[in-house]
Design a protein around this ligand. Structure first.
Ligand code: CP
Ligand code: NVA
Length: 308
């Protein structure tokens, strides 16, 4: 049995298998063929943080695969009143077939997985957001950007930056991450990506100049400067990230046909200008829709692994 906690746990081939499944199921869905790959299965979805895309895509996804989703907000279950993660895992995994969790520390997710009888999926932690990256990669393929792309990530060295490091490290992409000083990605995550790069040929650069990062890029991406749980640092962060807004002037440095991705929610005027956001709305909302398709690929892949 496999869990989906970080892309670090998967080979390039496994990532490509899940993406191939996602593309196949997306094509079927577009033809209105709803194949019940997960008939009568229940997906528990535990949320300790807010969500629009993750909740809707997992709930619709499991339903379209023939199963049912169970939304468990932290304040609706005993977890919110202090019941341990490991007890929650032992209860929920005896009644459900798969579990998705959105939480704070990666270690809480790992603890849940260690006590779970069924596959566990990371729906975002402070450290990683791997399901988002599967949707982002699917979007890159659909926009013809999967062949040796230069990816520029501009902004905070957060869970999204870490997840890009894992994807680039595994698949062999060129990834430039530009952050203000003091907001670099976690050194251990960078080291792990560099380790993967030895096999995959990925080129990973950390910079403090966003313009240098974006130069000749095929894919430009960013994320909020204030992640969930960092609300109290808002004012300081807005000051520290001055000059890191992806605006039209910055986009002009990228390749002429570069795409712009954003995991959403977006805060216009901060990490991205209104003009860039609206000019690239097609890519951004295809990326959001691809959460549904990518996660179906992941769920079906995990189910097959459990049975094999
Ligand atoms: N991108 C993403 O995970 O969005 P939500 O927080 O709305 O789920
Ligand atoms: N970095 C953001 C991503 C939101 C989908 C956060 O963790 O809040």
């Amino acid at each position: 049995m496999r869990h989906f906690l970080t892309l670090a746990d998967f080979t390039k081939e496994e990532i490509l298998e899940m993406i191939a499944l996602a593309r196949q199921i997306k094509a079927e869905t577009k033809r209105k063929e709803f194949v019940p790959y997960l008939e009568n299965q229940t997906l528990a979805m535990i949320f300790e943080k807010s969500s629009t895309r993750t909740r809707v895509s997992f709930e619709v996804g499991i339903y379209q695969l023939g199963g049912i989703g169970l939304f468990l907000g932290k304040n609706d279950i005993q977890l919110g009143r202090g019941e341990p993660m490991k007890d929650t895992a032992r209860v929920v995994s005896r009644m459900c077939d798969m579990v998705m969790i959105r939480t704070f520390e990666q270690s809480k997710l790992e603890e849940f997985a260690a006590y779970s009888r069924v596959p566990v999926i990371n729906g975002l932690t402070d450290q990683y957001h791997p399901v988002q990256l599967m949707a982002d990669y699917l979007t890159m393929i659909e926009f013809g950007k999967e062949k040796d792309p230069i990816i520029a990530y501009v902004g905070d060295g957060n869970n999204m930056a870490h997840s890009w490091l894992m994807l680039a490290g595994k698949l062999g992409f060129t990834l430039r991450i530009a952050t203000p000083k003091g907001y670099e990605p976690d050194a251990a995550v960078v080291a792990q990506a560099q380790e993967f790069a030895k096999t995959s040929g990925a080129k990973i650069e950390l910079l403090n100049d966003p313009k240098e990062a974006v130069k000749e890029a095929d894919v430009v991406t960013t994320d909020t400067w204030i992640s969930m749980g960092q609300e109290e640092e808002k004012e300081k962060r807005i000051k520290d990230f001055a000059g890191f807004t992806v605006d039209s002037e910055m986009m002009r440095l990228a390749k002429e046909d570069a795409i712009f991705l954003h995991c959403l929610p977006a805060y216009r005027g901060y990490e991205v200008s209104e003009e860039v956001f609206e000019a690239h709305a097609d890519e951004i909302f295809t990326e959001a829709e691809n959460r549904l398709h990518a996660q179906k690929g992941i769920m079906v892949w995990l189910d097959r692994k459990r049975r094999s």
